[in-house]
Design a protein around this ligand. Structure first.
Ligand SMILES: O=C(O)CCC(=O)C(=O)O
Length: 283
């Protein structure tokens, strides 16, 4: 179902053509300041059970001191309310003409000196079918090259799942990366309150935070299309945007097919390469 208050045709067209859309000022500064403080307090008191790998306040790796919060909406109303916020539903419902299903929240702190996340595709992890997954990635502060903005690879929005290679783990906390011959990522600079929506094929990631003083806090919700009948096991329970739980989806607990990209006549083509490694956790 489309919402009563549709987005601009130009916004929908941009998303469907490019696989992403940046919406400026979708959330207010005061909302962002509240969430930023709320989740920073949460991680600084130990993460309330949501911090990836737990919090180690004395560790030399900034990401061990400020790990991501994974799936806080499963016990925290503030995170849940972001995930099902009507402003997000309005955009995602407009892209696919039906309300999506919500499956994930994450909060990233990326403190000064922290590594980024190598280029990847989200649907390799979520394995939503039919259709794809979507993200609503909110800048909780101003984000640019210095503090490790999101980077996207234009032209990848309709690609199948691409096989990964080992990543440079001095720059990325995740250990696999997608390399696409002849293609490169562009930075997406965002102001506090801006949201970037993107689909599950779009190759994206982020570099290290090179600032000595600035964090890069973001909150992200992940969704699958409203008609999806499968998603990876890690992403259960699945919710409608009215907050109710959905039953009956198939749960997947092994990797799916991926292709090895090769450049032929200036264009990328895929050599089928079997099954990507089993993915049982978050992305
Ligand atoms: O924020 C980042 O650095 C990466 C986030 C991401 O890859 C995602 O939300 O899918």
């Amino acid at each position: 179902m489309t919402t009563v208050d549709p987005i601009l045709d130009s916004e929908k067209d941009f998303y469907l053509t490019n696989g992403y859309l940046v919406v400026r000022g979708l959330f207010s500064d005061s909302e962002c300041d509240f969430w930023s403080q709320y989740f920073t307090d949460m991680v600084e008191r130990g993460g309330d059970g949501w911090a990836e790998g737990g919090v180690d306040t004395n560790h030399e790796d900034p990401l061990k001191r400020y790990p991501r919060l994974l799936q806080p909406h499963r016990g925290d109303k503030v995170a849940f309310d972001y995930m099902v916020d009507p402003r997000i539903d309005r955009y995602l419902s407009s892209f696919y003409d039906r309300s999506p299903l919500a499956v994930q929240t994450m909060v990233y702190f990326k403190p000064p000196g922290a590594r980024g996340q190598a280029l990847h595709q989200d649907n390799r992890y979520l394995q939503a079918e039919p259709g794809t997954c979507m993200a609503a990635w909110l800048a909780l502060e101003d984000i640019d090259d210095e503090n490790g903005c999101l980077e996207v690879v234009p032209g990848t929005q309709d690609m199948p799942m691409v096989c990964t290679e080992p990543a440079d783990t001095t720059k990325s906390f995740s250990d696999v990366v997608i390399n696409l011959p002849g293609m490169s990522a562009i930075p997406v600079h965002m102001k506090k309150g801006d949201v970037i929506f993107f689909n599950g094929s779009l190759v994206h990631g982020s570099g290290p935070n090179q600032s000595a003083t600035r964090f890069r806090r973001i909150m992200v919700g992940h969704y699958i299309e409203g008609n999806a009948d499968q998603v990876a096991k890690y992403y259960f329970p699945v919710f409608r945007m009215d907050g109710s739980e959905v039953d009956g989806l198939r749960s997947i607990d092994k990797g799916g097919p991926c292709g090895v990209p090769v450049l032929e006549g200036g264009k990328i083509v895929f050599r089928e390469e079997g099954v990507s490694g089993a993915v049982t956790g978050p992305h």
